[in-house]
Design a protein around this ligand. Structure first.
Ligand code: SF4
Length: 206
């Protein structure tokens, strides 16, 4: 078993290397750094109330000045813009411009789309097994405090695993009052702040 564990870790490392390689190839062509691309992807996938520099830094797991510098370049290049948050005028929120949206839509500039093209060819059963293995793997890292914010169901205080054991949808979200099967599990839930509190406590309180 030890050998297969090592092989899995090496494969994960290869995926990391492949991702970095694709990202740097995109940077060479576009002068958009991997962090800048990651910020644009974040803005594309999160609602207004999470689109502030502080929230981006917290979620991506980098220091706020680093995010601020990257945002300055993105705004200057016209990929991102900012406006006053309608629900609270004290805050500015960020959003993608048409240029930013077009960048993400471009298959050859979006590393996730490039990786997705290979995931597409896996058999459905393999995809399901992979999904479950990865979500459990990420949940374990998040529970150990290694990942700042996971926003996945297994780390959430509202998640009740196997509450309805015999059902086709055995899991339950107390907050949304929804039953879920394994593949309904959310991997970017804006309601899941559990790890955020624990991580912040670890960083600033202890
Ligand atoms: S859907 Fe969101 S709130 Fe509900 S259990 Fe999953 S992460 Fe938690």
């Amino acid at each position: 078993m030890k050998e297969i564990d090592e092989k899995i870790v090496n494969l994960l490392d290869k995926i990391y290397q492949i991702t970095r390689y694709i990202q740097w190839e995109i940077t060479k062509k576009t002068e958009i750094s991997p962090l800048m691309a990651q910020i644009m992807d974040y803005l594309d996938n999160n609602s207004e109330n999470l689109r502030t520099p502080a929230k981006i830094a917290e979620d991506i797991g980098v220091k706020r000045p680093t995010v601020t510098d990257a945002l300055k370049v993105l705004i200057k290049k016209g990929y991102v813009s900012e406006k006053t948050y309608d629900k609270d005028k004290r805050y500015k929120i960020l959003y993608l411009t048409d240029k930013g949206e077009n960048f993400l839509k471009n298959e050859s500039f979006n590393y996730k789309k490039i990786l997705k093209n290979s995931v597409r060819f896996l058999k459905i059963k393999d995809k399901e097994n992979l999904f479950l293995s990865l979500i459990n793997f990420v949940a374990d890292l998040a529970k150990k405090g290694i990942l700042p914010i996971a926003r996945i169901c297994p780390t959430c205080e509202n998640f009740e695993k196997n509450k309805f054991k015999e059902s086709k949808k055995p899991h339950y979200c107390k907050l949304l009052k929804q039953r879920m099967n394994d593949f309904d599990l959310n991997i970017n839930c804006e309601k899941n702040v559990t790890r955020r509190f624990l991580w912040l406590k670890k960083q600033y309180v202890s």
